[in-house]
Design a protein around this ligand. Structure first.
Ligand code: F6P
Length: 323
């Protein structure tokens, strides 16, 4: 191997920079050249490449976002777009590409692999829903930012005897809401993987009120069937029966920004370096991730188009702990 390229794609995630650094320095240590692609697949199609040296990736391990930039590219999803992307890579003598990103990005990586170009995926999304890895880069930070918000909201909720609906990101996966909800002692958690109704959520809140709690926190994943809108509609009609006054906080992109946690930096460094090892062993067309604490390489063909749901068994644990 002489020259590789690396890109970040889809929604950014805290720890992506640590992964870029690990891929770059791991490859340079083997004597390979590294090209960084600007703005994901869109930059690949536009041919925006620049060489990365060890110094170029210095001082970024602690930074959120991605220094390479990211974008969504509808053109890349077409066969013509993929053909063009492969052409851009080959024209520059790139022998393998590392794709750091979540589900959609890894589905794109699988299509490059199918088109015959050597590619390795690195699992990175705050949603933690990539099939083939137990943990994705960015999820730990997003859980911790959500948790900090819950802890802060609890103090003001208690002062005013209020309940709060806290909405966090995760697209169609409830991992962030579930983990932050358990760690933050939430009274109720609503995630896409569960079928809790507004009536049941309201009952949990009013039950907390009757049991003398001074506050109640409901953590709601953005993709939950019982979301903020459904809950507020219910509250509008049954205000008095809940006991608490209800307030809403939507965390949105706040949970995706800022510095990565130590766990995300270490994870990104590990699987970024693993991606280089896989390339050195000519094991292409796989996703570098972690399964049961060990490095794992899962065929991208298995990863493409699939998602990994949150562990719903933990909802019962959360319910008992809210007594
Ligand atoms: O996939 C990461 C994610 O942050 C999801 O949690 C969220 O639904 C989505 O991206 C938001 O996308 P955008 O940044 O394009 O609004």
């Amino acid at each position: 191997m002489k020259r590789i390229a690396v890109l970040t794609s889809g929604g950014d995630a805290p720890g992506m920079n640590a992964a870029i650094r690990a891929v770059t320095r791991g490859a340079l240590a083997r004597g390979w050249e590294v090209l960084g692609v600007t703005n994901g697949y869109a930059g690949l199609l536009a041919g925006i490449f620049s060489p990365l040296t060890a110094r170029d990736v210095g001082g970024i391990v602690q930074k959120g976002g991605t220094v390479l930039g990211s974008a969504r590219s509808p053109e890349f999803a077409t066969p013509q777009g993929r053909g063009k992307a492969v052409g851009e890579l080959k024209e520059r003598g790139v022998e393998a590409l590392v794709v750091i990103g979540g589900n959609g990005s890894q589905t794109g990586a699988a299509s490059l692999d199918e088109a015959g170009f050597p590619v390795i995926g690195v699992a990175s999304t705050i949603d933690n829903d990539v099939y083939g890895t137990d943990v994705s880069i960015g999820a730990d930070t997003a859980v911790n930012i959500t948790l900090e918000a819950i802890d802060r909201l609890r103090t003001t909720a208690s002062s005013h005897q209020r309940a709060f609906l806290v909405e966090t990101m995760g697209r169609d996966c409830g991992h962030i809401a579930l983990m932050a909800g358990i760690a933050g002692g939430a009274e109720v958690i609503s995630i896409p993987e569960s079928d809790i109704t507004p009536e049941q959520m309201a009952e949990r809140l009013s039950d907390s009120y009757r049991r003398g709690k001074t506050h109640a926190i409901a953590v709601v994943a953005e993709g939950a069937r019982c979301g903020i809108r459904e809950m507020m509609e219910h509250y509008g009609k049954h205000k008095d029966s809940i006991g608490f006054e209800l307030r809403v906080t939507r965390l949105g992109h706040v949970v995706r920004g800022g510095a990565p946690s130590a766990a995300d930096r270490v994870l990104a460094t590990r699987i970024g370096a693993d991606a280089v090892e896989l390339m050195a062993a000519a094991r292409f067309g796989v996703l570098a991730g972690i399964v049961k604490g060990e490095p794992a390489a899962t065929p991208l063909a298995e990863v493409a188009g699939r998602t990994r749901p949150a562990d719903v068994r933990l909802l019962e644990l959360a319910r008992v702990m809210a007594l």
